[in-house]
Design a protein around this ligand. Structure first.
Ligand code: F2R
Ligand code: MG
Ligand code: MG
Length: 364
């Protein structure tokens, strides 16, 4: 099933697979560094920004990116819950040799939160994180099902942390979908929440195995559409947004209109599509963003959508980093951001595990 499914649903739509070992390692690094950078650089804008009169948000973000290097000095730009949880996902996958172990991952979420509760976690998820580390919790998926009177959270907390799952199978997309869905359900039992994570993980996975030179936007979106049509069944929420994106990429609306159409909020269905769109729009130059670096352009654009800036930029950074690789990450970021060494280590360990499985990573 695995390779056939992959080829039918994604690979044949996204150009030749990236087969070269060193370049694939670079993409693993680019993915985790891109996610970290989006979180750290988007964080100062998450709670809204008081803009000087006559200055647009995009102008302000461009200025921030151009000047943070010289302004930072010794203090690092810190990460938030997005990275705190993504690091736990990565660490669990590494510890379990690329396999998903629900209890191990849940315990890591809980311990990470207990260690540093002030990383800006979602207001409701914190109610269940302690139970995820309690060995007396019989059904590890049960706490999430109690959220919001039993409807479960549709926050973007499942999607914001899912990038390592997109890296964890070389050809088996079915496995990526399953781990994304199941691991999100540890905290997000609402289908909008976990399906957002599925879309984000598949976008990372597809970008990882696409050739940035021959990248075809329509094929990339068609691949994701096939997945989401199947995953969502009769719902047409994420699939509908992907279809809408095709039209938007042709008409090129303002960032304000993109935020209205695709969202920029804390809900998964109002933020994951905006992240995917940011990557695709920034394949080509954007008026007002004066950089040739496509990863940097993507983060500036994603933050300029306003709203849940750390999370939308982090998700966009993960996808763009997987596509462009470590080479697109400015050296200044490595100096300025917290925990870049951890991101590099985790990327390398995940890469080595996937290579150790003969590049298959197929077994559960
Ligand atoms: N929490 C934040 N930002 C708030 C400001 C942080 C501030 N800077 C600080 O430092 O304190 N950001 C982080 O939260 C988002 C991820 O949230 P997650 O993990 O999904 O949490 P939760 O609690 O499950 O959901 C978040 C909110 O979504 C609404 N919601 C979810 N499901 C709902 C449902 N079924 N019905 C109604 N509302 C629902 C609620 O308002 C939840 O509190 C990321 O942005 C991350 O950066
Ligand atoms: Mg955050
Ligand atoms: Mg956020």
């Amino acid at each position: 099933m695995s390779q056939t499914f992959y080829r039918q649903h994604l690979c044949d739509c996204t150009g030749a697979m990236a087969q070269v070992g060193s370049s694939l390692r670079s993409r693993f690094r680019g993915c985790l560094l891109g996610a970290l950078a989006g979180d750290c650089l988007g964080c100062p804008y998450e709670s809204g920004t008081l803009l000087p009169k006559g200055v647009t948000l995009m102008e302000n973000v461009v200025e921030f990116f151009q000047s943070f290097d010289s302004k930072r000095g010794a203090s690092k730009l810190t990460f938030t819950d997005d990275t705190a949880m993504a690091r736990s996902v990565a660490e669990s996958l590494i510890h379990c040799k690329g396999k998903y172990n629900a209890r191990d991952m849940a315990r890591r979420f809980s311990e990470e939160y207990a260690r540093e509760p002030g990383r800006g976690y979602g207001a409701n998820v914190i109610d269940i994180l302690p139970a995820l580390g309690d060995p007396n919790t019989e059904d590890i998926y049960a706490p999430a099902k109690t959220q919001f009177d039993g409807s479960g959270s549709y926050g973007n907390g499942g999607a914001m942390r899912i990038a390592p799952v997109g890296l964890c199978s070389s050809e088996n997309l079915e496995r990526v979908i399953e781990i994304a869905r199941e691991s999100s359900k540890l905290t997000h039992a609402n289908k909008l929440g976990y399906n957002g994570a599925v879309l984000q993980a598949c976008a990372v996975h597809s970008a990882l195995h696409s050739d940035p030179v021959t990248f075809d936007t329509t094929s990339f979106l068609d691949g994701l559409l096939r997945v989401m049509d199947r995953v969502e069944g009769t719902d047409d929420l994420y699939a509908g947004k992907l279809r809408e994106m095709k039209k938007m990429l042709a008409s090129d609306p303002s960032t304000e209109d993109v935020a209205k159409k695709l969202g920029n909020e804390i809900a998964a269905h109002r933020s994951v599509p905006a992240a995917v769109y940011s990557v695709l729009r920034c394949l080509r130059p954007v008026q007002g963003i004066p950089t040739d670096n496509r990863l940097e352009r993507t983060l500036i654009y994603a933050i300029s959508l306003d709203g849940d800036t750390d999370t939308i930029a982090s998700m966009a950074g993960a996808i763009a980093g997987a596509l462009y690789g470590r080479e697109e990450v400015p050296e200044a970021w490595l100096e300025a951001l917290e925990a870049t060494a951890d991101a590099l280590r985790q990327a390398d360990q995940l890469f080595d595990i996937m290579q150790g499985e003969g590049g298959r990573g197929d077994q559960k």
